[in-house]
Ligand binder design. Structure first.
Ligand SMILES: Cc1cc2nc3c(=O)[nH]c(=O)nc-3n(C[C@H](O)[C@H](O)[C@H](O)COP(=O)(O)O)c2cc1C
Length: 214
């Protein structure tokens, strides 16, 4: 996707490393039950979402996880991040991959079960989605169990379309028209079918976890 110009202003913001203290909170915050015994969450849905698309998937995944031992957290908030056994980690795609905040978080996990989910502007592109998945799951250390990834299309900012329109000339017209069509198709995503697919993905992950336990 040609979004480079709009990337530049975000890059510093998006790629800045997390403060070390916040990392420690990620790994060390534990919950205590009434008896003072450390409780670890069963599920944590953690996501980064700039314009709300990935947040929608996160909410759908969260609501499909059983029980009460679960939390839903935006990685960019100040809220401390509890430890869990199973992580559903969501990201929006920027230049074909996730942000450094997300990759740092993933690479710090050990001995966990991890599922990934994300949204990107490009629609209906299984090979591209596979490439995104590979670039993000590469951060998962080998002592974790990887459950798979779900990626779908998400609407993009209006200025992306305006950029395509401004760039369009006689030589690249066909390509730019394709980009513009993709932009327009993205406007309704994630839609109810995407949400349904996210739910199916969650069920598949739960089934895998169940099989791993038996
Ligand atoms: C700066 C920027 C870079 C992007 N890079 C890509 C990209 O490389 N590939 C892609 O398919 N979509 C790209 N997109 C589109 C977003 O990934 C997409 O709109 C996503 O659904 C946004 O999710 P969010 O609403 O959770 O932030 C980009 C969007 C922006 C604003």
């Amino acid at each position: 996707m040609q979004t480079e110009d709009t990337d530049t202003e975000r890059e510093g913001e998006n790629r800045s490393p997390l403060p070390e203290m916040q990392h420690n909170i990620y790994q060390e915050q534990l919950r205590y039950n009434e008896g003072g015994v450390i409780d670890m969450l069963e599920y944590l849905v953690l996501y980064e979402s700039r314009s709300g698309n990935t947040k929608k998937l996160a909410a759908a995944i969260f609501s499909n996880l059983p029980g009460n031992s679960k939390d839903l957290i935006d990685i960019t908030t100040d809220k401390s991040i509890p430890e869990a056994k199973v992580y559903f980690i969501g990201f929006w795609v920027n230049r074909g991959t996730c942000s450094m905040e997300v990759s740092d978080f993933i690479s710090d996990l050990g001995g966990k079960s991890i599922a990934l989910f994300g949204t990107c502007g490009m629609g209906d592109s299984p090979d591209y989605y596979k490439a995104i998945e590979s670039s993000v799951n590469a951060w998962i250390e080998s002592d974790n169990d990887y459950l798979g990834a779900f990626i779908c299309q998400g609407k993009m900012p209006r200025k992306v379309r305006e950029k395509y329109e401004a760039m369009r000339n006689t030589e690249n017209e066909a390509q730019m028209n394709l980009y513009i069509r993709n932009f327009d198709e993205a406007l309704t995503h994630p839609d109810s079918l995407d949400i349904e697919h996210a739910k199916v993905f969650t069920q598949k992950c739960l089934k895998k976890l169940n099989e791993m336990d038996n």
